[in-house]
Design a protein around this ligand. Structure first.
Ligand code: FMN
Ligand code: SF4
Length: 634
């Protein structure tokens, strides 16, 4: 640089002792000489030289140098101040600040870190220890995008996530080259026929067609994907009338008919924001043949926006059907039952992620939500973990019958199976008292939630593919299987998983997180604290605006239709005309030892020795490795 400056200023190089600029102390002398020589040139040069040697300088030398330069500038300022000089001063100040500010900040952080008492690492390694928090923070993203393979990651692998997104955006889940599934792992397989059914041999109701919006990729580059959205008319893939599932056929004045196998699992307005609820309501309504479960937070005006069939959930908090002091209100219940869109009621005992009542943080309880739930706004809501109204199967079934009598609509219960004994007691008692709910929603331990405790989500309840066949078998054994329907849920987000559930005994399935992903959830895992980055699980208007209803509602429609289409693909491969016909005969199970069992054998052996299966992986996704999202906050 010195060479460059000298050449430009046309100063003879030999006038310099080049070695003198090696260190700053020499540099100061050097600057003095230069400044004398350069009366008529810019003062930029000394500053540049000073900086050129800055790495080797001590603080004292810097101070000396700066004071010398300031003195020199002052002299020169009095003589002549040009534009170049002003520019140099600005650059000089800027560069000093650039060094000064980080230095001061570093010292300040060092003192704060060393003196704080919360984080041990920072007390011993002030400032540097913060790197650990940074890495912890971005760890999930690094694992998700860089290090985890497509089949890794919990609760959903990238493979599962992408399938949901692609179904919603493009209504296409086609991929090439082959499966990434690890075929050495235990899991289920569809038993295909050598001569599958032709598409025209399937029993599908393809009317009315559905107008939707789909994306089409024009060009896929490294940094950007060019795509456009276009209108499309698609087949609905509904069940034929004879295959439709009817709930409450023999018990209710107003039975509920489902022309598709998949609906939205319980998620309250409050745990999800109004844009998410509206997009779901509209998208599901467009798809037809499906339903939306309101969750235990009661029915909101946003649930009605699309006109979709609603299943109103009643949890221990009785939100939406309670008096201000928390008692069950027949009057409120009748009001709800008289609303046409509400087709059925679900009494929630538990959900897989929490065998307790709902929890919602104070900042999520807006005035509107408080009014819907009949509670105080901006106060934390913790429902009791059991209905105060009953504590036995008899009591539960009396409550169910009471609701059915009051509303004339089907009433079901949502449960989590704890053990074979518990489920058997439930079934046996129903037989003894001759009272059966119109449907039983069974949630696997792997189910999701808006907020829960670690011990409840990780440790309590059986996984779905153990619980579901148990319930189905016991209902059959005790002779009441034909009096109720089973709705299964727990990570059933792709057609293959849904097909296994149908084969293991479900009549219908619910998905919660599949729906969340279709309205934009990126699995950030902060649903409980109202800071959802994509406006799904938040009631904060600033955050909610990220979710554009008119865009996301079509994704919901496309996702549901894709799932139904996928189920018909599986049915054709298994040689049955409708997914409603899928049963245990249509699946095989590969045990951890590598042996094959028919679905029927699997169910029977599960009933004989359920614990034998609980120590093994019954769900083929469960071999995927864990990628913890939470920071340790040590
Ligand atoms: C954000 C969120 C809110 C939920 N709220 C409820 C609820 O109010 N009542 C309930 O019974 N289950 C609730 N669940 C559980 C789901 O209804 C469902 O049973 C479970 O997540 C399994 O389905 P999935 O694996 O498809 O998510 C919620 C789940 C999520 C993710
Ligand atoms: S993006 Fe995160 S906070 Fe938002 S809904 Fe999904 S998991 Fe919850």
């Amino acid at each position: 640089m010195i060479k460059f400056v000298y050449t430009n200023l046309k100063l003879p190089l030999d006038s310099l002792d080049m070695m003198a600029v090696k260190y700053l102390k020499d540099c100061i002398e050097f600057v003095k000489i230069l400044c004398d020589k350069m009366h008529k040139t810019s003062i930029l040069l000394p500053v540049l030289i000073l900086l050129n040697n800055s790495q080797r300088s001590s603080i004292l030398e810097w101070v000396k140098a700066i004071s010398f330069l300031l003195k020199n500038y002052k002299k020169r300022w009095q003589n002549r101040v040009g534009m170049a000089d002003i520019l140099v001063i600005i650059i000089f100040i800027f560069l000093v600040l650039l060094i000064l500010i980080p230095t001061v900040m570093f010292i300040w952080l060092y003192i704060v870190d060393a003196r704080q008492k919360e984080h041990s690492v920072l007390r011993n390694y002030p400032v540097v220890g913060k790197v650990r928090y940074l890495l912890e923070n971005i760890g999930p993203e690094l694992r998700q995008y860089l290090f985890a393979n497509n089949r890794e990651g919990k609760p959903f692998s990238r493979h599962q996530y992408i399938n949901v997104v692609k179904a919603g955006k493009y209504k296409s889940r086609i991929h090439s080259f082959g499966s990434e599934r690890d075929f050495e792992q235990p899991g289920f397989y569809i038993t295909n026929k050598m001569f599958p059914l032709l598409h025209e041999e399937l029993r599908i109701d393809q009317e009315p067609k559905i107008d939707t919006m789909l994306y089409k990729i024009e060009h896929e580059g490294i940094l950007q994907r060019k795509e456009h959205r276009h209108e499309a008319t698609v087949d609905p893939f509904l069940l034929a009338d004879e295959d439709a599932i009817i709930i409450g056929q023999d018990t209710c004045k107003y039975p509920f008919i489902a022309k598709g196998h998949v609906g939205q699992s319980a998620m309250s307005y409050g745990s999800l924001g109004k844009n998410a609820i509206t997009a779901l309501s509209r998208g599901l309504a467009m798809a037809g043949g499906t339903w939306m479960n309101t969750g235990e937070g009661g029915v909101s005006p946003h649930h009605f926006k699309g006109g979709v069939d609603l299943i109103m959930q009643i949890g221990p908090g009785l939100f939406g059907v309670r008096t201000k002091d928390g008692q069950f209100s027949e009057e409120e219940f009748k009001k709800k039952a008289s609303q046409e869109e509400i087709k059925a009621f679900e009494v929630k005992l538990a959900q897989g992620a929490k065998t307790r009542g709902g929890h919602i943080e104070a900042e999520k309880v807006t005035e509107e939500i408080a009014e819907i739930r009949n509670v105080e706004p901006w106060t934390k809501l913790d429902s009791p973990n059991r209905f105060k109204e009953f504590n036995s199967v008899e009591g539960l079934m009396e409550f169910v019958e009471r609701l059915r009598d009051l509303g004339g609509k089907p009433v079901g219960v949502k449960i989590v199976a704890g053990s074979k004994q518990e489920v058997e007691n439930f079934v046996k008692t129903m037989v003894e008292i001759d009272k059966v709910p119109d449907f039983i929603s069974i949630d696997g331990a792997e189910g999701g939630t808006g907020a829960t405790f670690q011990e409840l989500s990780d440790a309590v309840g059986l996984p779905l593919f153990a619980a579901l066949p148990l319930l189905d078998q016991l209902l059959t054994e005790y002779g009441i299987r034909n009096r109720t329907k089973i709705i299964a849920s727990g990570k059933l987000v792709t057609p293959d998983m849904i097909a296994y559930a149908l084969a293991l005994g479900a009549d219908l399935v619910n998905t919660a997180r599949g729906m969340m992903i279709s309205v934009g959830c990126i699995m950030a895992g902060v649903c409980h604290n109202n800071t959802c980055p994509v406006g799904v699980a938040t009631t904060n208007p600033d955050r909610e605006k990220a979710l554009v209803v008119e865009e996301k509602m079509y994704r919901v429609t496309n996702y549901i239709i894709s799932l139904r289409e996928g189920l018909f693909n599986v049915a054709a491969a298994a040689g049955v005309q409708s997914p409603s016909e899928l049963s245990a005969e249509h699946i095989m199970y590969r045990t951890p030892a590598g042996n094959l069992m028919t679905g029927v054998e699997f169910k029977e052996s599960l009933l004989k020795a359920p614990t034998a299966f609980l120590t093994q992986e019954t769900n083929f996704t469960s071999h995927e490795t864990e990628t913890p999202r939470e920071k340790t906050l040590a």
